[in-house]
Write a protein that binds this ligand. Structure first.
Ligand code: GLN
Length: 286
């Protein structure tokens, strides 16, 4: 029964000390999600099915998923090919980072108070878009905006394309294959937003095994993690409107980021929740 499989999965997940930071919080959440998904049961209908008798191939399918998750340490999102960010559901596979970003929590509030009027935001640039998740949420939150979404990885852009199509935002989100600003149109943006690779070399080796399933290109930021961040900050001034805003996710790399920005003589604003940190730089500070 699903109840037996749930018990078994939780035990296996806890014994293997899985990393759940890609979506779930605890073993029980992820076990329930993977079991319901594999059995194609509605995600809100665990209770009525807990004691249902399963067919042998249904049991086998769930056992296979438990093996992939615990032995190969494949993130749940790559097994189910989907991930949530806020209320949004995105297609995802190994070609793009599993959608997650503290920036996603700030978008529904329109980056208030830094953006005065969401209706007046007309041009947005997102760098390192990956699955396209933030570009899509930006297009939704800023109804008058066009979003140019950039990635260096054609593979990632194929994933983003699929999500843009699903959300029917083809007219409002343009995907651009580009090494940061290289192929970006020469226009002025109200907001440049990015969750770039920012993991420093020492930390790369200490990431949970689940991170090895992700594109390392999307994580590694050089010796101090700030290689891309520095390039992003340096190039932003030319592309921002006079009252434009650059929003950069830094995660838990606060010290490295403050050092890098200090070396460039910049001042910045921050917002954070726990270890997740976002730096904001206004055009006149750049
Ligand atoms: N610490 C970040 C995370 O786990 C790394 C992602 C990034 O480099 N942008 O999500």
């Amino acid at each position: 029964t699903p109840r037996d499989l749930l018990r078994y999965a939780v035990t296996r997940f806890n014994t293997a000390k899985l990393f759940f930071g890609h979506g779930s919080v605890e073993a029980i959440d992820e076990a329930a999600y993977l079991i319901l998904h594999t059995l194609r049961l509605p995600l809100d209908k665990l209770d009525p099915f807990l004691d249902a008798r399963l067919l042998p191939d249904e049991v086998q399918a769930v056992l296979d998923v438990i093996e992939r998750r615990t032995v190969q340490r494949v993130p749940a999102a790559y097994i189910t090919k989907e991930a949530w960010l806020g209320t949004y559901n995105f297609y995802v596979d190994e070609r793009a980072l599993v959608p997650r970003s503290f920036i996603a929590e700030l978008i529904p509030q329109y980056f208030s108070p830094w953006v005065a009027d969401p209706d007046e935001v007309t041009e947005v640039l997102e760098l390192c878009t990956g699955s396209g998740c933030l570009a899509i949420m930006m297009a939704d939150a800023f109804p008058n905006a066009h979003v140019d979404a950039v990635d260096i990885s054609r593979d990632a852009l194929d994933v983003a394309r699929r999500n843009v199509d699903t959300y029917e935002l083809q007219d409002r989100v343009t995907l651009i294959e580009s090494d940061l600003y290289q192929n970006v149109p020469k226009k002025k943006y109200d907001i440049i937003v990015t969750n770039p690779p920012y993991v420093n070399s020492a930390s790369m080796g200490k990431l949970p095994p689940e991170y090895l399933a992700e594109p390392q290109l999307a994580l590694a930021g050089g010796v101090d993690g700030m290689d891309l961040v520095r390039r992003i900050v340096k190039g932003a001034a030319d592309l921002l409107t006079d009252d434009g805003l650059l929003i950069v996710e830094i995660g838990n790399e606060r010290e490295y980021a403050e050092k890098a920005f200090g070396d460039m003589g910049l001042t910045w604003l921050t917002t954070s929740a726990g270890d997740d940190m976002v730096f904001l730089l206004t055009a006149d500070q750049l």
